[in-house]
Every structure is written in C-alpha cells, then in structure tokens.
Design a protein around this ligand. Structure first.
Ligand code: GLU
Length: 327
C-alpha cells in the first residue's frame, strides 16, 4: 500500500531563480521539507512527471498524468496526490474528475508562497493532501483540491485570489471537508457525476478546439465572426444570469446552428437562468436560439468539458445531457 505522488512543477516547487530560469525542487526535495509526512501510515511513492509553470499544461498532458495515476492504482496505490501550479488547477482538477474512474481519491494541491519565502504554504498543503489521499473517508469523491486545510470538490472549486493562500474556494457550495488537528473531516458527500466516456487522444483534442468568449460592455462581437470555421465549439461567458447585448444574439444563434455553444455566467458564482428574462439577448432568448444551458459550471470548466466531449465524439444530445448534470 502506498500513496502515489506525482509532481508537475508550479510555485510549490520553485527554489529560486537561476540564470536559465527557475530552480525546481523534485518530489524528494518537496517531501523532505514536510514535517509529519514520514509519520503517515502509508508511504509516498514519488513520480516526477514534469516541472513546468501550470500555464504550460495541456489537456493531453493531464490525460497522460491520469493514465500514470491509473497505473499506480492498479499497482496498489490507495490514493493519488498531484502537485502543480495553481493558475490552472481549477481546470485540471475538473478534467481529472471527468475521467477518473476509480474510487480511490485523486487529490490536487500546490502552493501560493514558494519555498524561498517566509511561511511557504506548500509543505502544509502537501501534508494535508497526503492525509486526504490516504483517508477512506475520501473514497468515491473523485478529484479533490486540498488547500489551506480545506477539501474542495473539483466540480465547484475556483481560484479566487491572485496571491492569497486562501485562494481556493467553492462559491456555490463551500468546501466539502476540512482538516482538523490533522484529521480528515468530510462534511458532505456530493454524488459522483457521469464522467466523459471514452479516451480523448491528442489528435482528437487537436481537432476539438473550443473558444471561450467573455462578453463585455459595448461588445463589438468582432472576434465571433467566422468562429465556426476555426473552432468546433464555443463557451460564452455572458453577463449575470446569461445575457449578451441584443446585437450578439443572432450572431450566437447562427453559431449554435453550426457548433455547440454553451451559455455560462462570467460572474464567478451562481447558475445561468432559463425562464426569467425574455428580451433579445436574454437567457431565454439565447436558449431558444439553440445555446446550451451551462448551469452552475463556470466558463473555464465548461470549456474543458465541451472540449473533452467533442474530442471523444459525443453528439449534441450527449453534450446537452453532460451539461444538464450541472444544473
Ligand atoms: N503560479 C504559477 C503556476 O500556476 C507558477 C509559475 C511557475 O511555476 O513558474 O504554475
């Protein structure tokens, strides 16, 4: 029995500047810096996967990590910990959650303060993540983000602050658990959702480009022109409950006749609506024009989901069904 630790780089691994860039800690270095880790009942088995800023991660790379983690589970690991940069962690965690078939927990963590600073948060986050990954209470919860002694479900977690060590939050639901005196306390157990069936190969992902368009005041819509010629899907981060300027409504309707277009809110919390407003460009108008209701999913996660669904060959009805799980 063991917990498999995969490292991907990020702030948690930054050991200072070098003439060529950044000195990176290995998994061995990271774990050596954590008081209490050696006393855990199961050992960590380390695989240094990559050492990159998380801005360089791709969906294909993350699927490779998931494959390696699945192998570790087949070899007897009771849980997975993945350390990476925090910038894209809300997206990678959601991706993992969509494709992780095991009951063993897949826990993602990182740090906001690198190891050269006073009070780095990486060691505490790594220890907490390992405790959750080794906890029977965390089974059947899919991918989890453990940060700042909180446990967040991948489907809800957001990075909400550029520098705070309390950056990860779940605005729609709150954390599903906490670490108290080092004990894992799971407070609520969201039922697992249907994941994305099938395996998206890199070529499938390349052929499934999804754009994200954030609507802004006095929006000219120029970037939407011709989008269906270059992209296979579109996520719209609309105002409030799912509104766009009236001038954009027919443009989005025409796009929705050619590619899946998912309606989400740019606000950072709450769901888009279905039936409350009816002016041109309102949520009911856009849904009537064929846009797909993204529910509570934020634009970034919606983009990950739509890309995975397109890459695995899912059709319009399956896409609508997958997003309906987030209503
Ligand atoms: N915050 C960055 C990230 O998300 C860290 C950048 C770096 O590791 O160089 O990865």
């Amino acid at each position: 029995m063991s917990i498999a630790l995969f490292t991907l780089g990020g702030t948690i691994s930054m050991a200072g500047r070098t003439p060529d860039g950044v000195a990176r800690l290995t998994g061995e270095d990271l774990t050596a810096a954590v008081p209490g880790l050696a006393a855990l009942p199961v050992p960590l088995e380390i695989q240094d996967f990559e050492a990159v800023p998380s801005s360089n991660l791709t969906l294909a790379k993350m699927l490779d990590v998931v494959d390696a983690a699945s192998k570790a589970i087949s070899n007897g690991a009771t849980g997975i910990v993945l350390t990476q940069g925090t910038d894209t962690l809300e997206e990678t965690a959601f991706l993992v959650d969509q494709v992780w078939p095991h009951s063993q927990p897949f826990v993602l963590t990182g740090a906001m303060r690198n190891p050269t600073l006073a009070g780095p948060d990486g060691p505490a986050n790594l220890l907490a993540a390992a405790r959750v990954a080794g906890s029977p209470a965390a089974r059947d919860l899919g991918a989890l983000v453990v940060f700042n002694d909180q446990v967040h479900a991948a489907r809800w977690v957001r990075k909400t602050h550029s520098t705070s060590t309390a950056t990860f939050a779940s605005p729609n639901a709150g954390p599903i658990g906490q670490l108290v005196e080092g004990q894992v306390r799971i407070l609520t157990r969201p039922a697992r959702q249907d994941g994305v069936p099938g395996r998206a190969e890199p070529a499938d992902l390349d052929a499934a480009q999804v754009a994200l368009y954030t609507v802004t005041l006095d929006d000219d819509g120029v970037l939407l022109k011709g989008l269906a010629d270059t992209h296979q899907g579109l996520v719209v981060a609309a105002y409030g409950v799912g509104h766009v300027p009236a001038t954009l409504a027919p443009v989005l309707g025409e796009l929705a006749e050619r590619i899946p277009v998912v309606l989400t809110s740019r606000t950072g919390g709450g769901s888009v609506l279905r039936n409350t407003y009816s002016s041109v460009g309102s949520e009911s108008d856009l849904l009537g024009r064929g846009l797909i209701d993204g529910g509570f999913l934020d634009p970034y996660k919606a983009r990950v989901l739509l890309r995975l669904l397109l890459a695995t060959g899912e059709g319009q009805d399956e896409i609508i069904g997958a997003f309906a799980q987030h209503h």
